[in-house]
Every structure is written in C-alpha cells, then in structure tokens.
Design a protein around this ligand. Structure first.
Ligand code: HEC
Ligand SMILES: [Cu+2]
Length: 319
C-alpha cells in the first residue's frame, strides 16, 4: 500500500515544478488570470457540490420528493434556475473585470518587440531615438517596472507563453499584439511557443529572466555594446556563410536572417533551448545543426573541423 502511495506521489511530483507554471504567478498579468481561475474553480466547485448533494438527497428521500407534487417540483426548479443564473453572473462579471485589467495599457512602459520565427525568438529593446537593441531567445525584464511586449511573427502563427508572467497571446504575421506586464518576482522562468508552428515547434523554448532594475539596466547597456572578439575566428565567420544570416555588431557579420550573435555567450542555451551553450554543442551545431534541430533553416556548414573549432571558440567568448 505505502509503495503505491509513494509511486503516486512520485508520479505527481513533476507537475509541481514552478519554473513554468501558471499556478505560481510572478507578474501582475499572470496573477490576474490566477484570481480568475480561482473564482471559476470556486463557483463551479460549489455548483458541482450542490448538484451532487441534491441528487443524493432526492435518491435517499425519494418519497419526500414525490410527495411535494408539481408545485414543489416547480419551486425547486425555480431555485435551481436562480442559482445557475447567479453563478453565471458572477463568472461573467469576474471575466469582464479580469479582461479590463489585462487590457489596461501603461504609457511609460518599456517597449520590447518579440518576433516569433521558425523556430526561435527575436527580441528587441527600445533604446530611444528609433534605436533598438537586439538579442534572441532570452528575455530579460526589470522587476517592478511595466514592460509592453509587442508580439509579432515573421513566418507563421506562433504563440508567446511564459506562464509565470502572463497568459498565452498569439503572434500573427502582419499584426502586432501587445500586452503590458509588470513582473513582481526575480528569477528564471521558462516559456515556450504555444501554437503548433512546424516540425521544431517543441524546440522553440524561451527563458525569461526577471532581475532588479539596476541589474537589468547594466545588462541592457552591455547588450548594446558592439564586440570584436578574437581575430582568427572572426575572420572565418565574416568570410563564411555565417555573415549572410547572422549579425555580430562590431564585425563584418551583418546578416538579419537568424538570431543576433553579438552577445551569444551571455545566454545559457542555443537554438531556443535546444542545447546548452557549451563549446561542444556550439561545435556540433555549427557543423550539423540538423542533428540537434532537424528541419531548422540553418544549413550545415562546409567548415573544416579546425575552422569549426575556431568558430566555436570565438562564439563562446562573445559574452
Ligand atoms: C541560411 C542562414 C544561416 C546561415 C548561413 C547560418 N545560420 Fe546560424 N542560424 C540560422 C537560423 C535561422 C538560426 C536559428 C535556428 C533555430 O533556433 O531553429 C541559427 C542559429 C544559430 C546559432 C544559435 C543562436 C542562438 O541564439 O541560440 C548559432 C550559434 C549559429 N546559428 C551560428 C552560425 C555559424 C557559426 C554559421 C556559419 C558557419 C551560421 N550560423 C550560418 C541561420 C543561419
Ligand atoms: Cu510553435
């Protein structure tokens, strides 16, 4: 018996993770949805209990029910209809209020563009005077300050979903969907694309890091800086095909097809969470990205093993 209980406990444990959970809100947006969820749970839970109690009562007290006659049944029906309407009104008012709270925009919010690509995220921070600071796959946010996320898509429909911070919102080509989020807790939170977008949809993860405003400002200022890096690796990247698709600000690589690699090594993973950022995985990715993410639009390279090594070493130093 206790062995079965232990197994059951183990089976339910994975569901208790808090890094990607709508049940552990870390921002106002997710907290509003959580309150709405709780309201619905209570209203529906009570309605369910009442129905079951009434059913039980009428089974046990069959005779009493039969003796109430037609007027009695009518009265009971009236009470039930009243209760149902009351419950529905509570749910309607609750969702209306939650929707209004979620829709409220903030004028002084920082603007961040997040664009869904097959199968990664382009992220750009407003830096004033029409300038944007670009990075990818790792979203940094300041705690306690409102951020307006402008969600776009480059190819097909994606859906932005970091459950600890906010509910899902579709990213649709040719449209901008916005939401304003104010994070309330620091930490790492995991997100993922929530709308099937092709073969590597499951490998389209996003990490959000909420940090103190000072730390965030330092991070953003650092991301804005160009880099050069060590010359041998840089020359291979600039001369090779990489520069056609990737941008490394401060070098000759100015491509805009794939993720910005300027501060690649400040991130924890590559290719939207498909592999950890290590020398080995970088090398593997450069030589044969299809082995890590079959279907990805990055082609395999024709670099010699030595050159691939040099490029991996170069990229690993772009902090
Ligand atoms: C045809 C365009 C193209 C070429 C050429 C190309 N890449 Fe990519 N690269 C991409 C795309 C698109 C992605 C995103 C793939 C994904 O995550 O699904 C990517 C992802 C990456 C990543 C992971 C970035 C991140 O933010 O996690 C690295 C590193 C990288 N490429 C390095 C290189 C290097 C080095 C070369 C040259 C040897 C190269 N790429 C050539 C398109 C290209
Ligand atoms: Cu997707």
């Amino acid at each position: 018996m206790s062995r079965w209980l232990l197994l059951l406990a183990l089976a339910t444990l994975p569901g208790c993770g808090q890094r990607q959970s709508a049940l552990h809100p870390a921002a106002d947006h997710a907290a509003t949805l959580m309150s709405l969820f709780q309201l619905m749970l209570w209203v529906c839970g009570i309605a369910y209990l009442l129905v079951i109690l009434f059913l039980g009562w009428s089974l046990v007290r069959r005779r009493a029910v039969a003796e109430t006659g037609e007027t009695g049944v009518r009265a009971m029906l009236g009470i039930w209809i009243g209760l149902i309407l009351f419950g529905l009104v509570i749910l309607a008012v609750g969702s209306f209020l939650a929707d209004r709270t979620l829709g409220a925009a903030s004028q002084k919010a920082l603007r961040v563009r997040v664009t869904g690509h097959q199968w990664w995220w382009r992220i750009e921070y407003e830096a004033g005077r029409g300038r944007w600071i670009e990075t990818a796959n790792e979203l940094h946010l300041p705690m306690g300050l409102p951020v307006t996320l402008e969600l776009r898509a480059a190819d097909v429909i994606h859906s932005f979903w970091v459950p600890n911070l906010a509910g899902k919102m579709d990213m649709i080509p040719g449209r901008i969907n916005s939401m304003t989020v104010t994070p309330g807790k620091t930490g790492w939170f995991r997100g993922q694309c929530a709308e099937f977008c092709g073969t590597q949809h499951a490998n389209m993860a996003l990490v959000a890091k909420v940090e103190r405003p000072g730390e965030f400002t330092r991070w953003l200022a650092h991301q804005a800086e160009p880099v050069a890096g060590e010359a041998a690796g840089r020359a291979i990247v600039e001369k090779g095909s990489c520069a056609v698709c990737h941008q490394i600000r401060g070098t000759g690589a100015q491509g805009r097809v794939g993720p910005d690699l300027t501060h690649l090594a400040s991130r924890r993973t590559i290719a939207a969470g498909a592999a950890p950022l290590t020398r080995g995985s970088l090398r593997g990715w450069i030589i044969q990205p299809q082995a890590i993410k079959p279907g990805t639009s990055m082609p395999p390279s024709d670099l010699s093993p030595q050159d691939a090594d040099a490029v991996a070493r170069y990229l690993e130093a772009l902090r």
